[in-house]
Design a protein around this ligand. Sequence first.
Ligand code: HSE
Length: 300
Amino acid sequence: MKVLKVKVPATSANLGAGFDTLGLALTLYNEFIVEEHDGVVIETEPKNEFLEVPENNLFIQVIKYGCERRGKEFHGAKLKQINRVPVARGLGSSATAIVGAIVVSSAVSKTELTDELFFDIAYKFEPHPDNLLPAWKGGFITALKDGEKTYYNNINFPTDLKAVVVIPDFELSTEKARSVLPEKIPLKDGIFNVQRVSLFLSALQNKRYDLLKVAMDDRFHQPYRKSLIPNFDRVVQNGYDAGALGVSLSGAGSAVLALANDNFEKIGKAMSEAFSDVGIDAEYMILDIDRKGTQLEILE
Ligand code: HSE
């Protein structure tokens, strides 16, 4: 009987002005080791009793849905889930389970994983291609959904930049983080963001890192979401004071991402301190950009 291991990277969506558009894969991974089994047995590391209940486990739910969609009955699976991506912090932890399960399902059923099949399953569970795609393909991706079709493309990301990810000790659901966004935004804010996304992409291509600070400013989501992130402005400012090149909320938050080519520890500490100043513990991770995306291995 086959044992499969799938390793899926964390992601950071938006990167400031690229709201619902840009996403970056990071070298922090959740792993799912799965084999066929009668009934569902789940082991988690670190131990998480909630995720050991099949109905709560997104990986199992996606596998089940994938089977049913192909007209097959789901008989069960034995799953070992190693969670390293913090949950509900804007680092794509749900996307790791969704993408991992889709890749495993298609390998087990020997079905070619087309974009159409991928999105058909993935969108049932998560509507954001800016998380799903970097988790699947790796690297830095721009994505959009136009009616039924999703268009995306990889963008070169410089190898000398790292992501310092500061993770405060509180969860923030995407649902809540989207509920504070306005229905409409003024034209001037639309122009503000289009200008900055363009500047951001060109700054990365030409290594004009001096432009990243202005290019990662945003008026679509951060001004609204920061009411949910205590001391957000200070976290960002501390990042810049310590040498960050650009700072943004990671996805829908609560983590904050800094791009840097030096001073990584100093940036992580300074930004974490701004959280501890308001009584919130925070840890930081210094990560590279994952270039491989989801990796599947057949163990036996
Ligand atoms: N672009 C989405 C958002 C990502 O910021 O709400 C959600 O994970």
